[in-house]
Design a binder for this molecule. Structure first.
Ligand SMILES: Cc1cc2nc3c(=O)[nH]c(=O)nc-3n(C[C@H](O)[C@H](O)[C@H](O)COP(=O)(O)O)c2cc1C
Length: 293
């Protein structure tokens, strides 16, 4: 993706917009993304609907989301997600890619997670039966000043902070396959990972629910074969049960996948996320996907 590193380094969630509708020259991307359903890296197809915001829809968003408030957003993006095994990771990856591209055109956004079934937003979108509405994303042009409530949310979840590399990325050496680790996970530094440094930095800077940054990436090395990268979740206890039908930390994992992929494309590294669970997994983490070059 063009300018991925610059966009990722400078983006911030936007909860205060100037109220102006999105102009025609910026609508191309929205139009193409919204007319056809989009396929995620792990195989789920998601339809993203754009609806014009209104006081009723904005109130429904604020009532059903897990935290936060929105001011002056002209449009809402509402992904309609089928109940499939990898749907949460896929909606994270599909929508974050779209949001990065919108950010590149000067359009701000903020994820709001919740279960949006049963209210005005659901009535507007008319989702297929057996689907979930796990998130609503207001989009538009940033207001010149942040609102007091936006500043308060940013402060309460510590939005400016990110975990260090040593808390997120690890290396594990194996004898000859991925069954018997030779070493326990040891932190991976940027100097030890020059070929993937920029992608890992893009994941580190990614947004996440309550800024929990639950992703962990393990590089598995052997003497004989190529290195493998596995994305896992280190869950905050109970977070998978907070919202009915919605696994917010799997959405976070999909967001991380989108950041990695966008930078890989920008620097000309081919590859894709696949579900190919290794035989051995470190203690206390849940497998999500592996990067396949
Ligand atoms: C999947 C996801 C869900 C989020 N849900 C909410 C939400 O419900 N309400 C909210 O105000 N912000 C939400 N956020 C925004 C995060 O609070 C924000 O990304 C984080 O604090 C880091 O700040 P930044 O995005 O400005 O870097 C969400 C972000 C992600 C990626």
């Amino acid at each position: 993706m063009k300018n991925a590193r610059r966009i990722i380094a400078s983006r911030l969630s936007c909860r205060a917009f100037n109220g102006e509708p999105i102009v025609a020259k910026h609508r191309g991307l929205l139009t193409t993304s919204i007319v056809k359903p989009l396929a995620g890296p792990l195989g789920t197809t998601v339809r993203v609907v754009e609806v014009e915001n209104s006081p009723t829809l904005n109130a429904d968003l604020e009532e059903r989301c897990s935290y936060g408030s929105v001011h002056g957003a002209p449009s809402l993006l509402v992904p309609v997600v089928p109940r499939e095994r990898h749907a949460m990771e896929d909606v994270g990856a599909i929508v974050e890619r779209l949001l990065l591209e919108l950010e590149g055109s000067g359009i701000g956004s903020c994820w709001f997670v919740g279960n949006f079934a049963g209210g005005a937003i659901e009535r507007e979108v008319a989702p297929e039966s057996n689907s979930v509405l796990p998130a609503v994303i207001p989009i538009g042009y940033r207001a010149t000043r942040r609102t007091a409530s936006d500043s308060a949310i940013r402060f309460s979840v510590g939005s400016r902070k990110r975990k260090r590399w040593s808390e997120l990325y690890f290396e594990i050496e194996f004898w000859d396959d991925d069954q018997r680790p030779n070493t326990p996970p040891t932190p991976l530094s940027p100097a030890e990972a020059p070929d993937i440094e920029e992608m890992l930095e893009a994941v580190r800077l990614a947004p996440s629910t309550s800024n929990n940054q639950p992703w962990r990436i393990y590089r598995y090395t052997t003497d004989s074969g190529p290195d493998r990268l596995h994305l896992c979740l280190k869950r905050n206890p109970g977070m998978d049960k907070v919202i009915r039908d919605v696994d917010v930390q799997k959405i976070d994992a999909g967001v991380a996948m989108a950041h990695f992929q966008a930078v890989a494309e920008e620097i000309g590294m081919s590859g894709a996320w696949v579900y190919d669970k290794p035989a051995y997994l470190p203690h206390g983490v849940e497998y999500v996907a592996s990067w396949s070059e």
